[in-house]
Design a protein around this ligand. Structure first.
Ligand code: C5P
Length: 221
């Protein structure tokens, strides 16, 4: 439970392309809270390993890149590609890499930049590991075909071929499996997380649901 001085923390977890990033950004803008896309940290580490010619599944290579995180450009457009997502999920399975990124994430949550009154973090393990005391925990899901369609639209617009769709679908299935089955901080809903399914809902409807849950939670705090 948050005290008068502690920032409010909202944890938004879920699989790739579930809509969690869009929802988290929209909530942060609406509430004027700080926002951290924790996936971008793992993506930055994965891409750094790749560019340095290393192996993302090798602990030494991945840890070396994770330690460089403060110097890595988090606005690089290549961070958003599905192949970088694959690299990210490989480095993310290495416990020492996760430990290296943990302090940064917790510090962001406890001291939101800009002295904001709250922080919203999206990822895979925010509600379970990074911020287990978060004020509100949301777990966003959608079926994998729907998520693949969203990713294809983002990356290719409306003109994608069946082959391109299949490649993205295969990547997402592999990434879900790696994220869910890894031993260290796997993707899973915290016991007290609210499950929101975005398969058949547009972002506005999900946003309204999340906002209602938040108001309800704050009224009880
Ligand atoms: O959310 P996004 O798709 O950008 O995340 C990329 C990858 O980073 C995920 O597939 C996952 O392996 C890893 N990740 C993680 N823990 C987080 C955020 C992302 O393991 N909190």
């Amino acid at each position: 439970m948050s005290t008068m001085n502690a920032p409010v923390i909202i944890a938004v977890d879920g699989p790739a392309a579930s809509g969690k990033g869009t929802l988290a950004r929209k909530l942060a803008a609406h509430l004027d809270y700080a926002y951290l896309d924790t996936g971008s940290l793992y993506r930055a580490v994965g891409l750094q390993v790749f560019r340095a010619g290393g192996d993302p599944e090798n602990e030494q290579d991945a840890l070396k890149a994770a330690e460089k995180l403060p110097d890595i450009d988090l606005s690089d457009p290549e961070l958003k590609s599905e192949s970088t997502g694959g690299l990210a999920s490989k480095v993310a399975a290495i416990p020492s890499v996760r430990a290296c990124l943990l302090d940064f994430q917790r510090n962001f949550a406890r001291n939101p930049p800009g002295a904001k009154a709250g922080a919203i973090l999206d990822g895979r393990d925010i509600g379970t590991v990074v911020c287990p005391d978060a004020t509100l925990k949301l777990f966003i899901i959608a079926d994998v075909e729907t998520r693949a369609k969203r990713r294809v639209l983002e990356q290719y617009g409306t003109g994608a071929s069946d082959l391109e769709f299949q490649a993205i679908l295969d990547d997402l299935i592999q990434r879900d499996s790696r994220d869910t089955n890894r031993a260290s901080s796997p993707l899973k809903a915290a016991k007290n997380a609210h499950l929101l399914d975005t398969t058949n809902s547009d972002i506005e409807a999900v946003f309204e649901q999340a906002l209602a849950l938040f108001s309800n939670r704050m009224a009880k705090a």
